[in-house]
Design a protein around this ligand. Structure first.
Ligand code: 3H9
Length: 719
């Protein structure tokens, strides 16, 4: 709702009241329409101030309302009425003015912001555009290039930047509402003419066509198939080239297309999914809650390789003091230098002091004894990690939480090396750990609720989306990756090239296709795991056919590529060729093409034309099928958890929601049918056998995702 009060004799104060972010729900819009009318009618009122309750102006349209039929007064005429008012209307912006919230403020004649406020038009991140006049008013206020940047990226700006850009008229360290009231009194009676942004022309843009074509090309390149950024450019172009009313028509048309697109649904789902996984006390069956989390002030990181260094940086940036341990003196010195440089660079960008005083580097493991939480980040080798955990258990104070950064090893084995297995959890960071926003927090069967909650909270403080997962090989993300990569390899045997497979999956929107991704992470990682698993190398029974392991189809191609010394980007060759070791640009390699041909000939395989649909279905549905198995096994609390992991850690396009959401969009029945089809064709590939949960969901009429938990009802859940 919106509260109406009259203060300082002649100022009507309208306060938006809809906790927690004062979103513009139907009730709030009703409240604004009514209170504005009342203020304009009241002869004692000379000016109006609009503010938000609890130090937050407004978080925009109520996203929850998008799911159902819209009711209540629409935003566009409501904002027009404010702009057309004959009395000055001032927005007092504290906390946030986002989306429809900023559009409301742009309809006001003046804007006063608190210095800590953040402003922006993030609609694009929800698959929409600022369709309450924002795409038309903002360019008129701050010019096309700056408006286009804000609208197509959705980035939030500080009050200081907003002042510089001309979005707000004044910034204050004091109470923005009090200053706005004072300000409103000072401008009452002054002409409002060009304070009405819709009446202003857009600042002229030399070479507008060239500008917009360049902007569109850049936006399309970054969009990876997302349609909202493209529509945002079209809307701003309309602002630059059409009169206001026609620009508004265009805004409305574009919004209608976006609003009804599956992409908007997917992006809004991602917004809420990210928040659901953050609430680890909520998913049904979860056995921990955030009240149990300890606040960690002192941590230690064991091992200062690439991962350990980045974790050290991320901890220091979160304000945690860190003892960084590396037993190799040379590596210790290099790590100190590298961590310092990373922190200095990041702090320079943000204009803050680098938190170097929080760091201590040492070669002596005993110095971790003051830490409340230790993150082991040594090489991914179970025997080595076991040894480190034995040592940590001896040197750490009782009660210290011991975490392992592992991408798939058994966390419970490590817990077994300590005196307090309940204090051991996994923290699977993603490289580069100071940049990537995902953290899988692995709950071993003996991990205590307090240990899990503490790791999750620490991850959140490090700016990560922390997702609790169960303890199984590969956890959630890497476990699902296995069938996906396997299908990609089989497709090469059958006639596809790495370029073709990568292109199809990148056109789908993935940040990188499977072969480029493998080259980036290093082909030796999987090779070592397969050797340890007895799938390749000297341990394999020589009587086994090369393309069969344990009775199932096996593709030895990645092993053969590794045997050639081609380990990916780091050796300058892998599935692609690079300019040299460490080169980034993947170029098709004729050597690899001949190698594939020879391989097929040797094994009597006839290359066939593999089409786009087959690549998509086999790779993505195999991955999704494993996602269902993960839900069935209770390794993830719900489909949102799986999706958040894929969106934040594996380059899954947000506008496709995540693998489980995508399965729902495609239709569970169709996914099942296709898996059955491919499994019939390849019965020696168990990953293609449809999971029991998928079958059960289809049998129960493919319920919406919110209902999947009822069908899962897993008594064995690990969470
Ligand atoms: C729009 O405006 C369209 C218009 O252009 C035109 C239409 C015609 N609606 O993030 P938090 C909930 S599109 C409903 O944890 P924080 C959120 O789900 C909108 N609910 O807190 C959570 O609920 P719960 C453009 C919303 O302090 C709770 O509030 N606006 C909305 O870390 C707390 O949220 C945006 O895109 C909303 N608009 O961050 C802004 N916003 O407690 C989206 C939040 O049940 N919002 N909730 O889980 C944000 O970016 C952040 O929430 C914000 C606060 C920065 C505001």
């Amino acid at each position: 709702m919106a509260q109406y009060t009259r203060i300082s004799g002649s100022v009507a104060l309208i306060t938006l009241q809809n906790p927690p972010v004062n979103a513009l729900s139907a009730v709030v819009r009703h409240g604004i329409v009514d209170t504005v009318k009342r203020a304009l009618k009241d002869s004692k009122v000379n000016a109006v101030v609009i503010c938000g309750q609890n130090g937050r102006f407004c978080g925009g349209a109520d996203i929850r309302e998008f799911a159902g039929p819209m009711s209540g007064p629409p935003l566009v005429p409501m904002i027009h009425a404010i702009e057309a008012a004959q009395k000055p209307v001032v927005a007092a912006i504290e906390g946030i003015a986002l989306g429809g919230g900023l559009e409301l403020a742009l309809g006001c004649h003046y804007r006063i912001a608190h210095s800590k406020a953040r402003l922006g038009l993030p609609e694009v991140t929800l698959g929409l555009l600022p369709a309450a006049g924002g795409s038309q008013r903002l360019p008129r206020l701050i010019g096309v290039p700056a408006a286009l940047d804000l609208i197509t990226t959705g980035r939030h700006v500080s009050a200081a930047e907003a002042l510089k850009l001309g979005i707000v008229d004044q910034v204050t360290e004091q109470n923005a509402r009090d200053l706005a009231v004072e300000f409103a009194l000072s401008v009452s009676g002054k002409p409002l003419g060009d304070r009405r942004l819709s009446t202003r022309p857009c600042p002229p843009l030399p070479d507008a066509d060239e500008f917009f074509e360049g902007a569109m090309a850049r936006v399309r390149q970054h969009a990876r198939g997302a349609i909202a950024p493209v529509a945002c450019v079209q809307a701003v172009r309309a602002a630059a080239s059409l009169p206001y009313d026609r620009g508004m028509e265009r805004e409305r048309e574009l919004m209608a297309t976006l609003f009804n697109s599956g992409q908007a649904r997917a992006l809004q789902y991602c917004f809420f999914a990210q928040r659901v996984v953050g609430k680890w006390s909520l998913p049904s069956g979860a056995r921990w809650d955030n009240s149990k989390a300890r606040l960690v002030c002192k941590a230690a990181v064991i091992g200062q390789g690439t991962m350990g260094r980045a974790i050290t940086v991320a901890l220091a940036q979160a304000g945690v003091s860190v003892v960084a341990v590396e037993t190799q003196e040379k590596q210790l010195m290099e790590a100190k230098q590298a961590v310092t440089t990373m922190l200095e660079r990041a702090s320079k960008r943000k204009g803050v002091t680098p938190p170097l005083d929080l760091l201590r580097f040492t070669a002596d493991l005993r110095e971790v004894d003051g830490a409340e939480l230790v993150i082991e980040a040594v090489f991914e080798d179970l025997a080595l990690k076991e040894q480190v955990f034995h040592q940590l258990s001896a040197v750490c104070r009782p009660g210290t939480l011991l975490c392992t950064n592992t991408s798939g090893l058994d966390v419970d084995r490590l817990a077994g090396c300590t005196r307090s297995p309940e204090l051991v959890v996994g923290m699977h960071f993603f490289a580069p750990a100071h940049v990537m926003t995902l953290l899988e927090v692995v709950c071993g069967p003996r991990s205590s609720p307090e240990a899990v909650a503490t790791a999750i909270l620490l991850g959140r403080r490090m700016g990560k989306v922390s997702v609790a997962v169960g303890n199984c090989p590969g956890f959630v993300g890497n476990r699902m990756l296995k069938p996906y990569l396997e299908q990609a390899n089989f497709l090469l045997e059958e006639g596809a090239t790495p370029e073709q497979v990568d292109q199809v999956l990148e056109e789908f929107g993935l940040a990188m296709g499977p072969f480029k991704m493998s080259d980036l992470s290093g082909l030796d990682v999987g090779w070592r795991v397969r050797k340890e698993d007895g799938l390749t190398g000297p341990g394999v029974d020589p009587s086994q056919p090369m393309r069969v392991r344990r009775g199932h189809r096996y593709c030895p191609l990645p092993d053969l590529v590794c045997e050639q010394g081609r380990l990916g980007q780091k050796t300058g060759r892998g599935w692609y060729q690079y300019e040299g070791p460490g080169g980034r640009e993947a170029r098709p390699d004729p050597w690899l093409h001949s190698f594939l041909e020879e391989y097929r000939t040797r094994h009597g395989l006839t290359a066939r034309r593999v089409d786009q649909d087959e690549i998509l279905e086999r790779c993505l549905y195999a991955l999704i099928n494993e996602g269902f198995r993960i839900l069935e096994d209770g390794i993830a609390a719900g489909p949102e958890d799986v999706d958040a992991i894929y969106v934040h850690g594996y380059g899954w396009p947000r506008h496709q929601g995540g693998p489980m959401f995508y399965a729902g969009m495609v239709g569970l029945g169709r996914v099942l049918e296709k898996l059955e089809h491919h499994y019939r064709a390849l019965p020696d590939v168990p990953y293609l056998q449809p999971s029991t949960l998928l079958r059960r969901l289809v049998e129960t009429g493919s319920p919406p995702m919110q209902k999947w938990r009822e069908v899962i009802q897993n008594p064995r859940s690990q969470l």
